[in-house]
Design a protein around this ligand. Structure first.
Ligand SMILES: Cc1ncc(C[n+]2csc(CCOP(=O)(O)OP(=O)(O)O)c2C)c(N)n1
Ligand SMILES: [Mg+2]
Length: 234
């Protein structure tokens, strides 16, 4: 039996949530959500998106439900999660022979920086977007962050490094671009996909963005849903 009133409420809630997401991540700053959004909007139809673990896969899930059917999404968890992502993505580009974008975190990139060797000589456009938030910022949203740790102890989990990746790209003969706004990120990905071979695009994201955006999204979602359904969210 179709409950039209229920379907209507769910679709209104979905629209309200989409609007809430837009108000939080569509403010012109290059936060975590804006990286995912710019990247998805740059994907040509029929291309390949290799999704890294930690925040990238979660950001995609959170902010980009609309377009994911237009291209092939590939993911792997290596042996332990963040290992082997660069070599794996280069392999996916070589096998698919289609424009390929890899979306990975900075620690994941550093973990498999040697995998850049495998991206040499690719005959297809291959763009590695590194969301550089200076560490493994997922840990700031895990239970470990709620322990009463000093910031230096939490840093043993987040492992900030202060590095930038231009020299790593040039060591392996790859192109490199840095982006600090959503529109420059989009331009950099478009340029990378317009030519064969590998480009590393470093998206500079404030280290606090993941946590502040998650908090703001939760609050925006709560108030959006409260308006729709005051009895359960009042
Ligand atoms: C080989 C391996 N080592 C360590 C981990 C634990 N781990 C999970 S997420 C993560 C941090 C990843 O950082 P980054 O790639 O910068 O992603 P962010 O959390 O900032 O999105 C680490 C170290 C793992 N999953 N796999
Ligand atoms: Mg990171």
């Amino acid at each position: 039996v179709r409950d039209d009133a229920f379907v209507e409420r769910v679709s209104r809630a979905e629209a309200a949530l989409a609007h809430a997401v837009e108000t939080v991540i569509g403010n012109g700053q290059l936060g975590e959500g804006a990286v995912a959004r710019a990247l998805v909007s740059a994907m040509p139809v029929g291309s390949v998106l290799v999704v890294g673990n930690s925040l990238p896969v979660r950001q995609l899930d959170l902010v980009c439900p609309g377009r994911l059917g237009d291209f092939t999404v590939v993911s792997q968890r290596g042996v332990s999660g963040i290992d082997g992502l660069i070599a794996g993505a280069a392999g996916a580009a070589a096998a698919a022979r289609r424009p390929t974008v890899a979306y990975v975190g900075d620690v994941s990139f550093l973990h498999d920086v040697g995998g850049l060797l495998t991206a040499r000589g690719l005959g297809t456009p291959f763009c590695i977007v590194v969301a550089n938030n200076d560490g493994g910022r997922i840990f700031e949203q895990l239970p470990v962050a709620r322990l009463d740790l000093s910031s230096s102890s939490l840093a043993r989990f987040t492992t900030p490094h202060g590095l930038s990746f231009g020299d790593a790209a040039s060591l392996y003969g790859h192109r490199y671009a840095k982006a600090e706004t959503p529109s420059s990120l989009r331009d950099a990905i478009d340029a990378a996909l317009a030519q064969p071979g590998c480009t590393v695009v470093e998206a500079l994201v404030p280290s606090s963005a993941a946590r502040t955006e998650a908090d703001a999204l939760r609050a925006a979602a709560e108030s959006a849903l409260a308006v729709l359904d005051p009895e359960t969210h009042g």
